[in-house]
Design a binder for this molecule. Sequence first.
Ligand SMILES: [Zn+2]
Length: 120
Amino acid sequence: MLTTAKHCLNCHTQLHGRTDKKFCNDYCRNTHHNTLNSDGNSCMRNINHCLRKNRRILENLLQNGRLITRYSRESLQNKGFSFRYFTHQQTNRKGNPVYFCYDYGYRLLDKDQVAIVREY
Ligand SMILES: [Zn+2]
């Protein structure tokens, strides 16, 4: 019979018995899966954090109106805005994409400037 030494995916102890075993016991199985899940959750947490921060920045900028026709990308970035994350994208009447972080969004005017809008 062919046997290969297998090791627990959690604690790396050598496993005996059934060849399809991946963990020594339930504790190791649960710990391993919880670790995987918590990595996923922290990834989601980071992205959610970025989205909320983006929204807050846009909200603060639009406190006195519905629209800012021109704002520099650099100033947004200096406030901590991340252009990497947005919740959804819409196309305006002129056919240009508007990127939203929840109800606030921006449209690229050129490579340095954006227009900031609020969705109603
Ligand atoms: Zn183990």
